[in-house]
Design a binder for this molecule. Structure first.
Ligand code: 13P
Ligand code: SF4
Length: 370
């Protein structure tokens, strides 16, 4: 994870109102030269400053559309800022207010592990393998997929991308999130028995040659530390307490949770589902707590709560704080760019191929609406 130096002392004890006023002054002064993007898992005290909010897909699309903008301040995590850098013109500088805002799932697939896996898998089978990476991955992994006939996907379009991949070849390597891969492939009719899990920490990925040859989908052994906190038992408990409650979860949750849920889809899909629900409806939501609490506040006429009785917080998203945002903008105003996210030209060249293949399949769909 890149090193984030501590903020200067002057940012430690600022009152929220003073921060808000100074951030707004910067925004007014920069005008259209600056755009602030906020992922749905960001805290409310950051979302208030976002020019655009969205899920990973929507924010990638918005980043790609920015013309005439000089700075994109990305309030999200590192891989999202990298995607924005890849998709924007060279004249645009993408900034991540806290460099330690990474994603533990993305860190579960390092490029050398992916290359080692590829050597093992392609030696085990003569069939073409199409590598699909969830956008929650490093730019180098995206570039690998772009260079090997593969593509990226987000939780919004995983279904379409997997369908696309199956049209290119019979076998797919899906990384780094085994759950999104399993949930999506299963929803498309692939039996669980046709999927195997490649463990980058085991010899030969923990797979025999025969297992690789028989598999239709090879899932990377990665997961989201936040969404793994949701369980099938929680679904049972919520329903036992109130049979009228509906359960909607993110497809990074375990397969057993998605099977028990009424609906599963990206953050944007979850928001749309709740927005469209009638007053009085009751929802238990399996995703990051900042989004669940925001939805509960926005819809006082509906009963909305987390599926889990414990706090499911993405601690790295949370690192983007108002003092970090202000520090970033103060420096920009003084002509200093702090925390630029720059993907080198060679990586960018192939990563853009994977991202463009994804953006060509833009229509967002739920992973498993039942
Ligand atoms: P979305 O694509 O639904 O925004 O999800 C991104 C993410 O990191 C979820 O954990
Ligand atoms: Fe990564 Fe999970 Fe946080 Fe999303 S919620 S950014 S997958 S750790």
């Amino acid at each position: 994870m890149p090193f984030q130096p501590p903020l200067p002392a002057e940012y430690h004890n600022l009152e929220p109102d003073e921060i808000a006023q100074r951030v707004r002054e910067h925004k007014d002064r920069f005008g259209r030269r600056l755009v602030i993007l906020g992922h749905h898992y960001q805290r409310d005290d950051i979302i208030q400053f976002a020019d655009f909010t969205g899920d990973s897909l929507k924010l990638s699309q918005i980043a790609a559309q920015q013309k005439g903008v000089e700075y994109v301040v990305f309030c999200g995590v590192h891989f999202m800022a990298e995607s924005a850098d890849i998709l924007t013109d060279d004249s645009v500088t993408v900034i991540l207010p806290d460099l330690s805002a990474g994603c533990s799932m993305a860190d579960m697939a390092a490029i050398d592990q992916v290359e080692e896996a590829w050597d093992m898998l392609t030696a085990a089978t003569p069939e073409t393998i199409i590598p699909i990476t969830y956008v929650n991955s490093a730019a180098s992994v995206k570039a690998f997929c772009g260079g090997h006939l593969g593509a990226c996907c987000t939780s919004s379009n995983a279904r379409m991308i997997l369908e696309w991949a199956f049209r290119q070849g019979r076998k797919v390597l899906f990384l780094p999130d085994q759950h999104l891969g399993r949930n999506t492939a299963y929803a498309l009719g692939t039996p669980l028995d046709d999927m195997v899990v490649y463990d980058p920490h085991a010899a030969h990925g923990g797979l025999t040659r025969e297992q690789v040859q028989a598999a239709r989908v090879i899932l990377w052994k990665g997961h989201c530390s936040v969404h793994q906190l949701f369980t099938a038992a929680q679904c049972d408990a919520v329903r036992a307490a109130d049979p009228d409650v509906q359960i909607v979860v993110h497809p990074e949750c375990d397969w057993s949770v998605v099977q028990k849920a009424d609906l599963a889809g990206s953050t944007e899909y979850i928001i749309r589902t709740v927005n469209d629900a009638p007053p009085g409806s009751k929802w238990a939501i399996g995703t990051e707590i900042n989004l669940v609490e925001r939805l509960a506040k926005q819809h006082p006429d509906k009963q909305i709560r987390s599926l889990a009785p414990i706090q499911c917080l993405c601690t790295t998203m949370y690192r983007i704080s108002p003092p970090h945002l202000l520090w970033t903008l103060d420096n920009l105003a003084d002509g200093r760019v702090v925390n630029p996210i720059r993907v080198d030209a060679k990586t960018r060249h192939l990563a853009v191929v994977a991202l463009q293949r994804m953006l060509a399949n833009v229509s967002a769909q739920p992973v498993a609406a039942k």
